[in-house]
Write a protein that binds this ligand. Structure first.
Ligand SMILES: [Zn+2]
Length: 171
């Protein structure tokens, strides 16, 4: 039984509304199957959300973004960079550009060049294991991007998958 960290009261499990997961830094990520706990103490009303296996979720998200055909959006560049554990300065060093350039990519004032995008994407894809699928590189960043992509994921027994049903739904 979960207890409220604010007041110590019992918490009620409220399942599985769709969680808009903005804490990851991306504006359109939606999660299904998450449990939300609500404090039963009316004066407290604390809500606690536990996202299981967040590493797997972020890996899936990073790989989805890294393999898209459209160019990366600023918030996606930032997400991928922080997913790799780079500070802005460290990523600038790794990519051979100035820290100002990285900052401009992430603010959207300057477009990332294809070679830098592909470099970032290959770093993501080689994190899980050796990357040798050179054929897919041709597709990366080959199309312009106008809108932020939506991502729907669902969790089942602590394992994450793309929520195909939600993806197919008209928006
Ligand atoms: Zn409480």
């Amino acid at each position: 039984m979960n207890k409220c960290t604010m007041c110590g009261s019992k918490m009620n499990k409220v399942s599985d509304s769709l969680l808009h997961y903005t804490e990851c830094g991306l504006s359109k990520v939606y999660l299904k199957g998450i449990f939300i706990y609500q404090c039963l103490n009316k004066e407290c009303n604390e809500e606690e959300i536990t996202i299981p296996n967040i590493e797997e979720l972020h890996q899936l998200l990073a790989e989805n973004i890294a393999t898209k055909v459209n160019k990366l959006m600023p918030e996606e560049i930032r997400f991928l960079r922080t997913y790799l554990g780079f500070s802005g300065v460290d990523f600038a060093d790794a990519a051979g550009v100035s820290p100002e350039t990285v900052s401009r990519w992430e603010k959207g004032t300057v477009n990332m060049k294809e070679v830098s995008e592909r470099f970032l994407r290959v770093l993501i894809l080689s994190k899980a294991g050796p990357f040798r699928n050179y054929e897919v590189l041709k597709g990366f960043a080959s199309k312009a991007s106008k809108t932020i992509s939506k991502h729907y994921f669902k969790v089942d027994h602590s394992h994450w998958a793309v929520d195909m049903m939600a993806c197919a739904r008209p928006t």
